[in-house]
Design a protein around this ligand. Structure first.
Ligand code: NAP
Length: 286
């Protein structure tokens, strides 16, 4: 069984999941998720704004794997951040995916009617429609702004994380509430510079692993859930084969030193919320 991490609400989450951002809903998501399940993933990360929830649900159903053995995450898009809308979106998502419950549901971004949307998630959790609830792209600023107004502390904050952006301030802030960090872009979205980083290529040679495996194992040893995405079955397989070696304390220190303290996306930048609201129209095909 995949390594599991216990969340602050007592539920368990597989330490590695398969991400489906930017995989089109033209049958490609269905194929990718089916292959990911075949090679052993038991945790899938999708979102309303990826437009592929339906294919994820179909692939899970057709896999024949018992529902309780697969951890399924989706996310609510900001367009639907109002209390009543969020409630109906949760029901619509379950129906679209053909599921009775989601294992984890996140507020995808920290903009708009965040408190109202969170209230809807809390109620859906109480009603058994969602097992765990969390947030995404909450920087330290957004965390300090919103969390005091939430009745429930999020179980998860899904943020950009890889050796070049290690989120030190956020991790210190979240540690006291045992909030689990999930890494989006754990492979830096395939960033060439990262894949040629000498510290990492040296460790890959030492352990007989590839660069992706070193990057993912580093995050894993830091206690972070990783969600690598690939449409290639060989990479899906290698990306999850990270548990048969262990980086030493000195090697972890070398990898920690690669942090540049900045990612590809800054949720705090002015205008990001407004931009994102216009960037996707999740109801275009309703
Ligand atoms: N919450 C958010 O706002 C947010 C934002 C972004 C992503 N996410 C989640 O996080 C997941 C992962 O992030 P991501 O998809 O942006 O980036 P990623 O997983 O860091 O990188 C994916 C890219 O790396 C390539 N790749 C995969 N495995 C590789 C390997 N072993 N060696 C070399 N290249 C490799 C993939 O290409 P191929 O497909 O060709 O292999 C793809 O181009 C997403 O799918 C999504 O579920 C969440």
């Amino acid at each position: 069984m995949t390594q599991q991490i216990t969340l602050n609400d007592g539920n368990k989450i597989p330490a590695i999941g398969f991400g489906v951002f930017q995989i089109p809903a033209d049958g490609s998501t269905y194929t990718a998720v089916k292959e990911a399940l075949e090679v052993g993933y038991r945790h899938i990360d999708t979102a309303q704004a990826y437009f592929n929830e339906k294919e994820v649900g179909q692939a899970i159903k057709d896999s024949g794997i018992p529902r309780e053995e697969i951890f399924v995450t989706s996310k609510l898009w900001i367009q639907d951040f109002a209390y009543e809308t969020a409630k109906s979106t949760i029901d619509a998502t379950l129906e679209k995916m053909g599921l009775d419950y989601l294992d984890l549901y996140l507020l995808h971004q920290p903009y708009g009617e965040v408190e109202q949307a969170w209230k809807a998630l809390e109620e859906a959790k109480a009603a058994g429609k969602i097992k765990s609830i969390g947030v995404s792209n909450f920087t330290p600023n957004f965390w300090k702004q919103f969390i005091p107004n939430f009745a429930t502390i999020p179980a998860v904050n899904q943020v950009e994380f890889n050796p070049y952006f290690q989120q030190k301030e956020l991790r210190d802030l979240l540690a006291k509430d045992q909030v689990t960090i999930e890494a989006w872009a754990p492979l830096g979205q395939g960033n060439k510079e990262l894949f040629e980083e000498p510290v990492i290529t040296k460790l890959a040679s030492k352990y007989g692993k590839d660069v992706g495996q070193i990057i993912l194992r580093f995050a894993n040893q830091e206690g972070i859930v990783v969600l690598p995405k690939s449409t290639k079955k060989s990479r899906m397989t290698s990306n999850k084969d990270i548990f048969d070696f262990e980086l030493t304390a000195d090697e972890l220190a070398e990898l920690r030193a690669l942090d540049k303290g900045k990612g590809s996306h800054n949720p705090d930048a002015p205008g990001v919320g407004e931009y994102l609201l216009t960037a996707y129209d999740i109801h275009a095909n309703d």
